[in-house]
Design a protein around this ligand. Sequence first.
Ligand code: FAD
Length: 572
Amino acid sequence: MRGSYYSFYQRASNGFREHPKLSGLGYVCSGGGLVAYTNVRPVGSVYADSAQSNIKRKKVVVLGTGWAGTSFLKNLKDPSLDVQVVSPSNYFAFTPLLPSVTVGTVEARSVVEPIRNIVKKKNLDVCFKEAECFKIDTVNQTVHCKSSQHTNEEFTVDYDFLVVAMGARANTFYTPGVVENAHFLKEVEDALKIRRSIIDCFERANLPSVSEEEKKRILHFVVVGGGPTGVEFAAELHDFLYDDLIKLYPDLKDYMMITLLEAGDHILNMFDKRITAFAEEKFQGDGIDVKTGSMVVKVSDKSISLKERATGETKDLPYGMVVWSTGIGTRPVVMDFMKQIGQGNRRVMATDEWLRVEGVPNVYALGDCATINQCRVMVYIAAIFSKADKNKTGMLNVADFNEVINDIIERYPQVELYLKSKKLKNLVELLQSDKDSRLNIEKFKSALSEVDSQMKSLPPTAQVAAQQGEYLAKCFNRMKECDENPEGPIRFRDSGRHRFKPFRYKHMGQFAPLGGEQTTAQLPGDWVSIGYSSQWLWYSVYASKLVSWRTRFLVIGDWGRRFVFGRDSSKI
Ligand code: FAD
Protein backbone atom coordinates (compact mmCIF):
# COMPACT_ATOMS: atom_id res chain seq x y z
CA MET A 1 0.00 0.00 0.00
CA ARG A 2 2.76 2.33 1.04
CA GLY A 3 4.81 1.26 -1.97
CA SER A 4 2.01 2.11 -4.35
CA TYR A 5 1.63 5.51 -2.85
CA TYR A 6 5.33 6.20 -3.07
CA SER A 7 5.51 5.57 -6.77
CA PHE A 8 2.39 7.70 -7.23
CA TYR A 9 3.89 10.51 -5.19
CA GLN A 10 7.18 10.44 -7.01
CA ARG A 11 5.48 10.60 -10.34
CA ALA A 12 3.38 13.39 -9.01
CA SER A 13 6.25 15.51 -7.84
CA ASN A 14 8.03 15.22 -11.16
CA GLY A 15 5.74 17.47 -13.13
CA PHE A 16 2.70 15.38 -12.35
CA ARG A 17 -0.85 16.16 -13.24
CA GLU A 18 -2.94 17.40 -10.42
CA HIS A 19 -5.74 15.42 -8.97
CA PRO A 20 -9.30 16.29 -9.85
CA LYS A 21 -10.40 15.04 -6.45
CA LEU A 22 -9.13 18.32 -5.17
CA SER A 23 -11.54 20.18 -7.33
CA GLY A 24 -13.66 21.61 -4.62
CA LEU A 25 -10.65 21.78 -2.39
CA GLY A 26 -8.88 24.22 -4.62
CA TYR A 27 -10.48 27.33 -3.33
CA VAL A 28 -9.36 26.59 0.20
CA CYS A 29 -6.05 28.19 -0.50
CA SER A 30 -7.57 31.19 -2.19
CA GLY A 31 -10.13 31.81 0.55
CA GLY A 32 -9.39 33.12 4.01
CA GLY A 33 -9.32 36.22 6.13
CA LEU A 34 -12.79 35.65 7.58
CA VAL A 35 -14.00 34.79 11.04
CA ALA A 36 -13.35 31.50 12.79
CA TYR A 37 -16.29 29.36 13.79
CA THR A 38 -14.65 26.44 15.54
CA ASN A 39 -16.32 26.38 18.91
CA VAL A 40 -14.79 23.28 20.48
CA ARG A 41 -11.22 23.03 21.69
CA PRO A 42 -9.77 20.29 19.57
CA VAL A 43 -7.75 17.28 20.66
CA GLY A 44 -4.52 17.95 18.86
CA SER A 45 -5.12 21.59 18.16
CA VAL A 46 -2.33 23.59 16.66
CA TYR A 47 -4.63 26.56 16.30
CA ALA A 48 -6.28 26.79 19.67
CA ASP A 49 -5.15 29.83 21.63
CA SER A 50 -3.29 31.18 18.64
CA ALA A 51 -3.91 34.32 16.70
CA GLN A 52 -4.64 32.17 13.70
CA SER A 53 -7.89 31.02 15.28
CA ASN A 54 -9.38 34.16 13.76
CA ILE A 55 -8.83 32.85 10.27
CA LYS A 56 -11.69 30.97 8.72
CA ARG A 57 -10.46 27.54 7.91
CA LYS A 58 -12.15 24.89 5.88
CA LYS A 59 -14.11 22.42 7.93
CA VAL A 60 -13.64 18.79 7.07
CA VAL A 61 -16.18 16.54 8.76
CA VAL A 62 -15.38 12.83 8.95
CA LEU A 63 -18.22 10.40 9.74
CA GLY A 64 -16.89 7.15 11.17
CA THR A 65 -13.71 5.91 12.85
CA GLY A 66 -13.39 2.54 11.14
CA TRP A 67 -10.78 1.52 8.61
CA ALA A 68 -11.57 4.24 6.06
CA GLY A 69 -12.09 7.15 8.47
CA THR A 70 -9.07 6.31 10.60
CA SER A 71 -6.80 5.81 7.61
CA PHE A 72 -7.94 9.21 6.32
CA LEU A 73 -7.16 10.85 9.68
CA LYS A 74 -3.80 9.08 10.03
CA ASN A 75 -2.65 10.30 6.65
CA LEU A 76 -4.04 13.82 6.80
CA LYS A 77 -1.25 16.37 7.23
CA ASP A 78 -2.63 19.80 6.46
CA PRO A 79 -2.75 21.70 9.79
CA SER A 80 -4.81 24.48 8.25
CA LEU A 81 -7.89 22.24 8.13
CA ASP A 82 -10.46 22.22 10.90
CA VAL A 83 -11.28 18.53 11.23
CA GLN A 84 -14.40 17.35 13.07
CA VAL A 85 -14.87 13.63 13.59
CA VAL A 86 -18.26 12.15 14.46
CA SER A 87 -18.61 8.48 15.33
CA PRO A 88 -20.49 6.38 17.90
CA SER A 89 -17.22 4.54 18.63
CA ASN A 90 -14.47 6.57 20.25
CA TYR A 91 -11.97 3.95 19.08
CA PHE A 92 -10.69 2.21 16.00
CA ALA A 93 -11.23 -1.59 15.97
CA PHE A 94 -8.98 -3.99 14.12
CA THR A 95 -11.85 -6.06 12.66
CA PRO A 96 -9.76 -8.94 11.20
CA LEU A 97 -9.13 -10.09 14.78
CA LEU A 98 -12.78 -10.01 15.88
CA PRO A 99 -13.26 -13.76 15.27
CA SER A 100 -10.36 -14.30 17.71
CA VAL A 101 -12.10 -12.05 20.25
CA THR A 102 -15.26 -14.20 20.15
CA VAL A 103 -13.41 -17.07 21.82
CA GLY A 104 -10.82 -15.18 23.85
CA THR A 105 -7.79 -15.97 21.68
CA VAL A 106 -7.21 -12.24 21.93
CA GLU A 107 -8.90 -9.81 24.28
CA ALA A 108 -11.24 -7.08 23.04
CA ARG A 109 -9.10 -4.31 24.49
CA SER A 110 -6.10 -5.56 22.56
CA VAL A 111 -7.69 -4.88 19.18
CA VAL A 112 -8.94 -1.35 19.80
CA GLU A 113 -7.13 1.96 19.95
CA PRO A 114 -8.80 5.17 21.16
CA ILE A 115 -9.20 7.55 18.25
CA ARG A 116 -7.86 10.38 20.40
CA ASN A 117 -4.60 8.42 20.83
CA ILE A 118 -4.33 8.05 17.07
CA VAL A 119 -4.80 11.73 16.27
CA LYS A 120 -3.11 13.34 19.26
CA LYS A 121 0.40 12.76 17.91
CA LYS A 122 -0.42 14.57 14.71
CA ASN A 123 0.11 18.23 14.08
CA LEU A 124 -3.57 18.52 13.27
CA ASP A 125 -6.65 20.29 14.47
CA VAL A 126 -8.99 17.39 15.16
CA CYS A 127 -12.09 17.46 17.33
CA PHE A 128 -13.93 14.21 18.10
CA LYS A 129 -17.60 13.89 19.06
CA GLU A 130 -19.01 10.57 20.23
CA ALA A 131 -22.28 10.64 18.34
CA GLU A 132 -24.18 9.12 15.47
CA CYS A 133 -25.01 11.04 12.34
CA PHE A 134 -28.70 10.54 11.52
CA LYS A 135 -29.10 12.98 8.65
CA ILE A 136 -26.93 14.69 6.07
CA ASP A 137 -28.26 17.98 4.74
CA THR A 138 -26.38 18.74 1.53
CA VAL A 139 -28.26 21.99 0.88
CA ASN A 140 -27.03 23.64 4.08
CA GLN A 141 -23.83 21.53 4.20
CA THR A 142 -24.69 20.28 7.68
CA VAL A 143 -24.77 16.91 9.39
CA HIS A 144 -27.32 16.21 12.10
CA CYS A 145 -26.01 14.12 14.97
CA LYS A 146 -27.30 12.45 18.09
CA SER A 147 -25.02 11.93 21.08
CA SER A 148 -24.27 8.33 22.01
CA GLN A 149 -24.69 9.27 25.68
CA HIS A 150 -27.95 8.51 27.51
CA THR A 151 -29.07 12.11 27.02
CA ASN A 152 -29.38 11.51 23.25
CA GLU A 153 -28.59 15.17 22.81
CA GLU A 154 -28.91 16.37 19.21
CA PHE A 155 -26.59 18.84 17.51
CA THR A 156 -25.45 19.84 14.04
CA VAL A 157 -22.01 20.20 12.51
CA ASP A 158 -21.34 22.30 9.41
CA TYR A 159 -18.93 21.17 6.76
CA ASP A 160 -17.10 22.48 3.76
CA PHE A 161 -16.04 18.94 2.88
CA LEU A 162 -17.73 15.83 4.14
CA VAL A 163 -16.04 12.43 4.28
CA VAL A 164 -18.62 9.68 4.71
CA ALA A 165 -16.96 6.55 6.14
CA MET A 166 -19.80 5.01 8.11
CA GLY A 167 -19.21 1.43 6.97
CA ALA A 168 -22.09 -0.97 6.52
CA ARG A 169 -24.45 -3.07 8.59
CA ALA A 170 -24.96 -6.83 8.56
CA ASN A 171 -27.21 -7.99 5.74
CA THR A 172 -30.07 -10.28 6.77
CA PHE A 173 -31.75 -10.32 3.33
CA TYR A 174 -34.92 -9.67 5.36
CA THR A 175 -34.90 -13.29 6.56
CA PRO A 176 -37.52 -13.52 9.32
CA GLY A 177 -36.22 -13.94 12.86
CA VAL A 178 -32.56 -13.16 12.15
CA VAL A 179 -32.42 -9.81 13.94
CA GLU A 180 -34.27 -11.21 16.96
CA ASN A 181 -32.45 -14.53 17.34
CA ALA A 182 -29.05 -14.50 15.66
CA HIS A 183 -25.74 -12.96 16.65
CA PHE A 184 -23.86 -10.76 14.17
CA LEU A 185 -20.12 -10.34 14.03
CA LYS A 186 -19.51 -6.75 12.95
CA GLU A 187 -18.50 -4.83 16.05
CA VAL A 188 -16.40 -5.45 19.16
CA GLU A 189 -19.59 -5.63 21.25
CA ASP A 190 -20.88 -8.41 18.96
CA ALA A 191 -17.72 -10.44 19.55
CA LEU A 192 -18.04 -10.03 23.31
CA LYS A 193 -21.70 -11.07 23.23
CA ILE A 194 -20.82 -14.19 21.25
CA ARG A 195 -18.10 -15.08 23.76
CA ARG A 196 -20.53 -14.84 26.67
CA SER A 197 -23.18 -16.73 24.75
CA ILE A 198 -20.87 -19.70 24.00
CA ILE A 199 -20.01 -20.12 27.69
CA ASP A 200 -23.65 -19.61 28.58
CA CYS A 201 -24.61 -22.54 26.32
CA PHE A 202 -22.10 -24.79 28.10
CA GLU A 203 -23.28 -23.76 31.57
CA ARG A 204 -26.93 -24.30 30.59
CA ALA A 205 -26.24 -27.69 29.02
CA ASN A 206 -24.39 -28.69 32.20
CA LEU A 207 -27.43 -28.23 34.46
CA PRO A 208 -28.78 -31.53 35.89
CA SER A 209 -32.36 -30.98 34.76
CA VAL A 210 -31.47 -30.69 31.06
CA SER A 211 -32.42 -33.67 28.89
CA GLU A 212 -30.00 -35.36 26.47
CA GLU A 213 -31.87 -33.99 23.49
CA GLU A 214 -31.86 -30.50 24.93
CA LYS A 215 -28.10 -30.71 25.63
CA LYS A 216 -27.59 -31.62 21.98
CA ARG A 217 -29.64 -28.64 20.87
CA ILE A 218 -27.97 -26.18 23.22
CA LEU A 219 -24.49 -27.24 22.16
CA HIS A 220 -25.29 -27.06 18.46
CA PHE A 221 -23.52 -23.96 17.13
CA VAL A 222 -24.62 -22.80 13.70
CA VAL A 223 -22.73 -20.37 11.50
CA VAL A 224 -24.62 -18.93 8.54
CA GLY A 225 -22.40 -17.77 5.67
CA GLY A 226 -19.34 -19.51 4.23
CA GLY A 227 -17.38 -16.34 3.44
CA PRO A 228 -14.08 -15.47 5.11
CA THR A 229 -15.67 -14.18 8.34
CA GLY A 230 -18.05 -17.14 8.80
CA VAL A 231 -15.30 -19.63 8.03
CA GLU A 232 -12.79 -17.98 10.36
CA PHE A 233 -15.33 -17.83 13.17
CA ALA A 234 -16.25 -21.52 12.71
CA ALA A 235 -12.53 -22.40 12.84
CA GLU A 236 -11.93 -20.33 16.00
CA LEU A 237 -15.00 -21.83 17.63
CA HIS A 238 -13.85 -25.34 16.78
CA ASP A 239 -10.44 -24.70 18.39
CA PHE A 240 -12.06 -23.21 21.49
CA LEU A 241 -14.43 -26.15 21.89
CA TYR A 242 -11.92 -28.92 21.19
CA ASP A 243 -8.74 -27.38 22.68
CA ASP A 244 -10.16 -25.72 25.79
CA LEU A 245 -13.80 -26.35 26.69
CA ILE A 246 -13.63 -30.10 26.18
CA LYS A 247 -11.17 -30.25 29.10
CA LEU A 248 -13.44 -28.19 31.34
CA TYR A 249 -16.73 -29.84 30.40
CA PRO A 250 -15.65 -33.45 29.63
CA ASP A 251 -19.20 -34.79 30.13
CA LEU A 252 -20.50 -32.60 27.34
CA LYS A 253 -18.02 -33.58 24.67
CA ASP A 254 -20.41 -35.90 22.83
CA TYR A 255 -23.06 -33.20 22.47
CA MET A 256 -20.92 -30.50 20.85
CA MET A 257 -21.55 -29.80 17.20
CA ILE A 258 -20.72 -27.01 14.71
CA THR A 259 -22.63 -26.57 11.44
CA LEU A 260 -21.65 -24.13 8.72
CA LEU A 261 -24.43 -23.22 6.28
CA GLU A 262 -23.70 -21.80 2.86
CA ALA A 263 -26.25 -21.04 0.14
CA GLY A 264 -23.69 -21.41 -2.69
CA ASP A 265 -21.92 -24.53 -3.88
CA HIS A 266 -18.74 -23.97 -1.90
CA ILE A 267 -17.40 -22.08 1.08
CA LEU A 268 -14.75 -19.37 0.49
CA ASN A 269 -15.92 -19.19 -3.12
CA MET A 270 -14.08 -15.90 -3.73
CA PHE A 271 -10.78 -17.68 -3.13
CA ASP A 272 -8.72 -19.91 -5.39
CA LYS A 273 -10.25 -23.39 -5.90
CA ARG A 274 -7.30 -25.03 -4.11
CA ILE A 275 -8.11 -23.01 -0.98
CA THR A 276 -11.81 -23.84 -1.14
CA ALA A 277 -11.07 -27.54 -1.53
CA PHE A 278 -8.54 -27.53 1.32
CA ALA A 279 -10.93 -25.67 3.64
CA GLU A 280 -13.82 -28.02 2.94
CA GLU A 281 -11.62 -31.06 3.47
CA LYS A 282 -10.13 -29.69 6.66
CA PHE A 283 -13.52 -28.83 8.13
CA GLN A 284 -14.80 -32.28 7.26
CA GLY A 285 -11.80 -33.82 9.06
CA ASP A 286 -12.44 -31.55 12.06
CA GLY A 287 -16.06 -32.67 12.28
CA ILE A 288 -17.54 -29.31 11.24
CA ASP A 289 -20.66 -30.09 9.24
CA VAL A 290 -20.49 -27.94 6.10
CA LYS A 291 -23.88 -27.80 4.39
CA THR A 292 -23.60 -26.10 1.01
CA GLY A 293 -26.61 -25.28 -1.18
CA SER A 294 -28.58 -24.57 2.03
CA MET A 295 -30.56 -21.38 2.20
CA VAL A 296 -31.85 -20.19 5.56
CA VAL A 297 -35.48 -19.09 5.24
CA LYS A 298 -36.35 -18.45 8.88
CA VAL A 299 -34.70 -18.33 12.29
CA SER A 300 -36.86 -18.96 15.35
CA ASP A 301 -35.62 -18.95 18.94
CA LYS A 302 -34.63 -22.63 18.95
CA SER A 303 -34.43 -23.76 15.34
CA ILE A 304 -33.42 -22.67 11.88
CA SER A 305 -35.48 -23.48 8.80
CA LEU A 306 -33.41 -24.38 5.76
CA LYS A 307 -34.28 -24.88 2.15
CA GLU A 308 -32.07 -27.37 0.34
CA ARG A 309 -31.41 -26.05 -3.15
CA ALA A 310 -30.94 -29.48 -4.72
CA THR A 311 -34.19 -31.03 -3.48
CA GLY A 312 -36.30 -27.97 -2.66
CA GLU A 313 -36.98 -29.58 0.72
CA THR A 314 -37.31 -27.50 3.87
CA LYS A 315 -35.75 -28.78 7.10
CA ASP A 316 -35.65 -27.57 10.67
CA LEU A 317 -32.33 -27.53 12.48
CA PRO A 318 -32.45 -27.12 16.28
CA TYR A 319 -29.64 -24.88 17.58
CA GLY A 320 -28.26 -23.33 20.75
CA MET A 321 -26.47 -20.36 19.22
CA VAL A 322 -26.44 -18.98 15.70
CA VAL A 323 -24.01 -16.48 14.18
CA TRP A 324 -25.15 -14.71 11.02
CA SER A 325 -22.41 -13.66 8.61
CA THR A 326 -23.79 -13.32 5.11
CA GLY A 327 -22.36 -10.05 3.89
CA ILE A 328 -23.18 -6.41 4.29
CA GLY A 329 -26.02 -3.98 3.59
CA THR A 330 -26.44 -0.21 3.49
CA ARG A 331 -27.05 1.67 6.75
CA PRO A 332 -30.44 3.45 7.00
CA VAL A 333 -28.81 6.89 7.32
CA VAL A 334 -26.88 6.27 4.11
CA MET A 335 -30.04 5.05 2.36
CA ASP A 336 -31.84 8.27 3.32
CA PHE A 337 -28.90 10.27 2.03
CA MET A 338 -28.93 8.32 -1.24
CA LYS A 339 -32.63 9.10 -1.73
CA GLN A 340 -31.93 12.77 -1.10
CA ILE A 341 -29.24 12.92 -3.81
CA GLY A 342 -31.07 10.90 -6.47
CA GLN A 343 -29.40 7.57 -5.83
CA GLY A 344 -32.50 6.00 -4.25
CA ASN A 345 -32.69 3.25 -6.84
CA ARG A 346 -29.20 1.95 -6.06
CA ARG A 347 -28.23 -0.65 -3.45
CA VAL A 348 -24.90 0.97 -2.59
CA MET A 349 -23.93 4.63 -2.71
CA ALA A 350 -22.01 5.44 -5.90
CA THR A 351 -18.90 7.56 -6.17
CA ASP A 352 -16.69 8.32 -9.13
CA GLU A 353 -13.10 7.09 -9.27
CA TRP A 354 -11.98 10.10 -7.24
CA LEU A 355 -14.32 8.97 -4.43
CA ARG A 356 -16.63 11.95 -4.91
CA VAL A 357 -20.25 11.04 -4.23
CA GLU A 358 -22.17 11.28 -7.48
CA GLY A 359 -24.73 14.03 -7.61
CA VAL A 360 -23.54 16.17 -4.71
CA PRO A 361 -20.58 18.54 -4.37
CA ASN A 362 -17.92 18.37 -1.65
CA VAL A 363 -18.99 14.99 -0.32
CA TYR A 364 -16.69 11.98 -0.50
CA ALA A 365 -17.47 8.40 0.47
CA LEU A 366 -15.07 5.59 1.20
CA GLY A 367 -14.95 2.07 2.51
CA ASP A 368 -17.89 -0.30 2.85
CA CYS A 369 -20.55 2.42 2.61
CA ALA A 370 -19.85 3.18 -1.06
CA THR A 371 -18.75 1.71 -4.34
CA ILE A 372 -16.99 3.21 -7.32
CA ASN A 373 -19.42 3.42 -10.21
CA GLN A 374 -17.55 1.96 -13.15
CA CYS A 375 -20.36 2.38 -15.69
CA ARG A 376 -19.97 6.12 -15.76
CA VAL A 377 -16.48 5.70 -17.09
CA MET A 378 -17.87 4.65 -20.47
CA VAL A 379 -19.17 8.18 -21.02
CA TYR A 380 -15.70 9.57 -20.61
CA ILE A 381 -14.17 6.91 -22.78
CA ALA A 382 -16.45 8.03 -25.61
CA ALA A 383 -15.23 11.59 -25.05
CA ILE A 384 -11.61 10.49 -25.13
CA PHE A 385 -12.30 8.67 -28.37
CA SER A 386 -13.96 11.67 -29.91
CA LYS A 387 -11.03 13.87 -28.94
CA ALA A 388 -8.59 11.49 -30.58
CA ASP A 389 -10.77 11.45 -33.71
CA LYS A 390 -9.40 14.71 -34.99
CA ASN A 391 -11.04 14.49 -38.43
CA LYS A 392 -14.40 13.51 -36.90
CA THR A 393 -14.75 10.45 -39.10
CA GLY A 394 -15.91 8.19 -36.27
CA MET A 395 -12.84 6.10 -36.95
CA LEU A 396 -9.37 6.10 -35.42
CA ASN A 397 -6.18 4.92 -36.92
CA VAL A 398 -3.65 3.19 -34.72
CA ALA A 399 -1.43 6.30 -34.43
CA ASP A 400 -4.39 8.43 -33.21
CA PHE A 401 -5.37 5.73 -30.82
CA ASN A 402 -1.90 5.34 -29.36
CA GLU A 403 -1.97 9.02 -28.46
CA VAL A 404 -4.86 8.52 -26.03
CA ILE A 405 -4.25 5.00 -24.85
CA ASN A 406 -2.49 6.11 -21.66
CA ASP A 407 -5.45 8.27 -20.76
CA ILE A 408 -7.78 5.35 -21.24
CA ILE A 409 -5.71 3.02 -19.12
CA GLU A 410 -5.30 5.62 -16.41
CA ARG A 411 -9.01 6.35 -16.33
CA TYR A 412 -10.01 2.78 -16.76
CA PRO A 413 -7.61 0.55 -14.82
CA GLN A 414 -9.71 -2.50 -15.66
CA VAL A 415 -8.37 -2.36 -19.20
CA GLU A 416 -4.84 -3.02 -18.01
CA LEU A 417 -5.91 -5.91 -15.80
CA TYR A 418 -8.00 -7.35 -18.58
CA LEU A 419 -5.14 -7.13 -21.07
CA LYS A 420 -2.90 -8.94 -18.59
CA SER A 421 -5.49 -11.68 -18.20
CA LYS A 422 -5.71 -12.02 -21.99
CA LYS A 423 -1.93 -11.89 -22.25
CA LEU A 424 -2.15 -8.93 -24.64
CA LYS A 425 0.32 -6.11 -24.57
CA ASN A 426 -2.02 -3.29 -25.42
CA LEU A 427 -5.55 -2.30 -26.29
CA VAL A 428 -4.79 -1.92 -29.98
CA GLU A 429 -3.90 -5.59 -30.11
CA LEU A 430 -7.26 -6.41 -28.54
CA LEU A 431 -9.22 -4.19 -30.90
CA GLN A 432 -7.38 -5.40 -33.98
CA SER A 433 -8.07 -9.01 -33.37
CA ASP A 434 -10.20 -9.05 -36.52
CA LYS A 435 -7.28 -7.61 -38.56
CA ASP A 436 -8.99 -4.31 -39.27
CA SER A 437 -6.41 -1.54 -39.18
CA ARG A 438 -8.94 1.12 -38.10
CA LEU A 439 -11.09 1.30 -35.02
CA ASN A 440 -14.57 2.68 -34.77
CA ILE A 441 -16.33 3.89 -31.67
CA GLU A 442 -18.81 1.02 -31.61
CA LYS A 443 -16.08 -1.61 -31.80
CA PHE A 444 -14.23 0.30 -29.15
CA LYS A 445 -17.26 0.43 -26.84
CA SER A 446 -18.04 -3.23 -27.30
CA ALA A 447 -14.45 -4.15 -26.38
CA LEU A 448 -14.80 -2.08 -23.21
CA SER A 449 -18.16 -3.66 -22.37
CA GLU A 450 -16.41 -6.99 -22.53
CA VAL A 451 -13.81 -5.61 -20.16
CA ASP A 452 -16.61 -4.39 -17.90
CA SER A 453 -18.38 -7.72 -17.84
CA GLN A 454 -15.20 -9.35 -16.55
CA MET A 455 -14.68 -6.84 -13.77
CA LYS A 456 -16.22 -6.83 -10.33
CA SER A 457 -16.58 -3.95 -7.90
CA LEU A 458 -13.92 -3.64 -5.25
CA PRO A 459 -14.55 -6.00 -2.34
CA PRO A 460 -15.79 -4.57 0.99
CA THR A 461 -12.54 -5.13 2.83
CA ALA A 462 -10.30 -3.31 5.27
CA GLN A 463 -7.63 -3.19 2.59
CA VAL A 464 -9.83 -1.24 0.20
CA ALA A 465 -11.13 1.07 2.94
CA ALA A 466 -7.64 1.83 4.27
CA GLN A 467 -6.22 2.50 0.82
CA GLN A 468 -9.11 4.81 0.01
CA GLY A 469 -8.64 6.71 3.27
CA GLU A 470 -4.95 7.15 2.54
CA TYR A 471 -5.62 8.21 -1.05
CA LEU A 472 -8.19 10.83 -0.08
CA ALA A 473 -6.03 12.25 2.72
CA LYS A 474 -3.23 12.71 0.23
CA CYS A 475 -5.57 14.56 -2.09
CA PHE A 476 -6.56 16.87 0.78
CA ASN A 477 -2.90 17.35 1.74
CA ARG A 478 -2.18 18.68 -1.72
CA MET A 479 -5.16 20.95 -2.05
CA LYS A 480 -2.94 24.02 -2.00
CA GLU A 481 -1.46 22.94 -5.31
CA CYS A 482 -4.80 23.34 -7.02
CA ASP A 483 -5.74 26.11 -9.33
CA GLU A 484 -9.21 27.62 -9.40
CA ASN A 485 -10.65 24.69 -11.28
CA PRO A 486 -8.82 21.60 -10.25
CA GLU A 487 -11.84 19.35 -10.47
CA GLY A 488 -13.19 17.72 -13.58
CA PRO A 489 -11.92 14.27 -14.16
CA ILE A 490 -10.50 15.06 -17.52
CA ARG A 491 -9.74 18.19 -19.46
CA PHE A 492 -10.92 17.23 -22.89
CA ARG A 493 -10.66 20.59 -24.50
CA ASP A 494 -6.97 21.22 -23.96
CA SER A 495 -4.52 18.48 -23.11
CA GLY A 496 -7.11 15.74 -22.90
CA ARG A 497 -5.31 14.49 -19.83
CA HIS A 498 -6.35 14.02 -16.22
CA ARG A 499 -5.16 16.47 -13.66
CA PHE A 500 -4.81 13.79 -10.98
CA LYS A 501 -4.87 10.07 -11.02
CA PRO A 502 -8.07 8.36 -9.91
CA PHE A 503 -8.05 5.96 -6.98
CA ARG A 504 -6.46 2.67 -7.83
CA TYR A 505 -6.68 -0.34 -5.57
CA LYS A 506 -3.64 -2.48 -5.01
CA HIS A 507 -4.53 -5.96 -3.81
CA MET A 508 -2.05 -7.24 -1.24
CA GLY A 509 -3.51 -10.72 -0.82
CA GLN A 510 -6.00 -12.30 1.53
CA PHE A 511 -5.89 -14.83 4.37
CA ALA A 512 -8.44 -17.35 5.54
CA PRO A 513 -7.43 -18.91 8.88
CA LEU A 514 -8.85 -22.42 9.28
CA GLY A 515 -7.91 -23.25 12.85
CA GLY A 516 -5.47 -25.79 14.24
CA GLU A 517 -2.62 -23.37 13.42
CA GLN A 518 -3.35 -23.68 9.71
CA THR A 519 -4.12 -20.76 7.43
CA THR A 520 -4.63 -20.34 3.71
CA ALA A 521 -3.28 -17.31 1.92
CA GLN A 522 -3.95 -16.06 -1.58
CA LEU A 523 -1.27 -13.57 -2.42
CA PRO A 524 -0.83 -11.28 -5.45
CA GLY A 525 0.03 -13.10 -8.63
CA ASP A 526 -2.35 -15.92 -7.66
CA TRP A 527 0.26 -17.35 -5.34
CA VAL A 528 -1.42 -19.72 -2.92
CA SER A 529 0.02 -20.84 0.39
CA ILE A 530 -1.71 -23.35 2.66
CA GLY A 531 -0.87 -24.80 6.03
CA TYR A 532 1.25 -24.14 9.10
CA SER A 533 3.78 -21.87 7.39
CA SER A 534 0.95 -19.54 6.28
CA GLN A 535 -0.20 -19.34 9.88
CA TRP A 536 3.15 -17.76 10.79
CA LEU A 537 2.83 -15.43 7.85
CA TRP A 538 -0.65 -14.52 9.13
CA TYR A 539 0.72 -13.82 12.64
CA SER A 540 3.44 -11.54 11.28
CA VAL A 541 1.25 -9.68 8.79
CA TYR A 542 -1.53 -9.04 11.30
CA ALA A 543 0.91 -8.00 14.03
CA SER A 544 2.53 -5.54 11.63
CA LYS A 545 -0.83 -4.12 10.49
CA LEU A 546 -2.09 -3.35 13.99
CA VAL A 547 -2.65 0.34 14.42
CA SER A 548 -0.25 1.06 17.31
CA TRP A 549 2.68 -0.42 19.25
CA ARG A 550 0.39 -0.70 22.27
CA THR A 551 -2.10 -2.97 20.46
CA ARG A 552 0.78 -4.87 18.84
CA PHE A 553 2.25 -5.71 22.26
CA LEU A 554 -1.16 -6.62 23.66
CA VAL A 555 -2.10 -8.92 20.77
CA ILE A 556 1.27 -10.68 20.70
CA GLY A 557 0.98 -11.05 24.49
CA ASP A 558 -2.50 -12.59 24.06
CA TRP A 559 -1.23 -15.06 21.48
CA GLY A 560 1.60 -16.07 23.85
CA ARG A 561 -0.82 -16.38 26.79
CA ARG A 562 -3.09 -18.59 24.75
CA PHE A 563 -0.19 -20.90 23.81
CA VAL A 564 0.79 -21.31 27.46
CA PHE A 565 -2.53 -21.20 29.38
CA GLY A 566 -5.20 -21.76 26.72
CA ARG A 567 -8.25 -19.52 26.27
CA ASP A 568 -10.12 -18.16 29.26
CA SER A 569 -13.64 -19.54 29.67
CA SER A 570 -14.90 -17.25 32.46
CA LYS A 571 -18.30 -15.78 31.68
CA ILE A 572 -17.61 -12.12 32.41
P1 FAD B 1 -16.04 0.27 9.42
O1 FAD B 1 -14.66 -0.19 9.72
O2 FAD B 1 -17.17 -0.63 9.73
O3 FAD B 1 -16.24 1.65 10.19
C1 FAD B 1 -17.46 2.34 10.17
C2 FAD B 1 -17.38 3.43 11.22
O4 FAD B 1 -18.53 4.25 11.11
C3 FAD B 1 -17.36 2.91 12.64
O5 FAD B 1 -16.46 3.67 13.39
C4 FAD B 1 -18.77 3.14 13.13
O6 FAD B 1 -18.86 3.30 14.51
C5 FAD B 1 -19.09 4.44 12.39
N1 FAD B 1 -20.51 4.71 12.23
C6 FAD B 1 -21.51 3.83 12.06
N2 FAD B 1 -22.68 4.49 11.96
C7 FAD B 1 -22.40 5.79 12.06
C8 FAD B 1 -23.18 6.98 12.04
N3 FAD B 1 -24.50 6.93 11.90
N4 FAD B 1 -22.57 8.17 12.19
C9 FAD B 1 -21.22 8.24 12.34
N5 FAD B 1 -20.44 7.15 12.36
C10 FAD B 1 -21.01 5.96 12.22
N6 FAD B 1 -11.25 -7.01 5.79
C11 FAD B 1 -10.02 -7.37 5.37
O7 FAD B 1 -9.49 -6.73 4.46
N7 FAD B 1 -9.35 -8.42 5.94
C12 FAD B 1 -9.87 -9.14 6.95
O8 FAD B 1 -9.26 -10.08 7.46
C13 FAD B 1 -11.17 -8.78 7.42
N8 FAD B 1 -11.73 -9.46 8.43
C14 FAD B 1 -12.94 -9.06 8.92
C15 FAD B 1 -13.49 -9.72 10.01
C16 FAD B 1 -14.71 -9.32 10.52
C17 FAD B 1 -15.29 -10.04 11.69
C18 FAD B 1 -15.40 -8.23 9.94
C19 FAD B 1 -16.72 -7.77 10.50
C20 FAD B 1 -14.88 -7.58 8.85
C21 FAD B 1 -13.64 -7.98 8.33
N9 FAD B 1 -13.08 -7.33 7.23
C22 FAD B 1 -11.83 -7.68 6.80
C23 FAD B 1 -13.82 -6.27 6.53
C24 FAD B 1 -13.44 -4.92 7.09
O9 FAD B 1 -13.56 -4.88 8.48
C25 FAD B 1 -14.35 -3.85 6.49
O10 FAD B 1 -14.30 -3.92 5.10
C26 FAD B 1 -13.89 -2.49 6.97
O11 FAD B 1 -14.12 -2.38 8.35
C27 FAD B 1 -14.62 -1.37 6.24
O12 FAD B 1 -14.14 -0.17 6.75
P2 FAD B 1 -15.10 1.10 6.88
O13 FAD B 1 -14.27 2.19 7.45
O14 FAD B 1 -15.79 1.33 5.60
O15 FAD B 1 -16.21 0.66 7.91
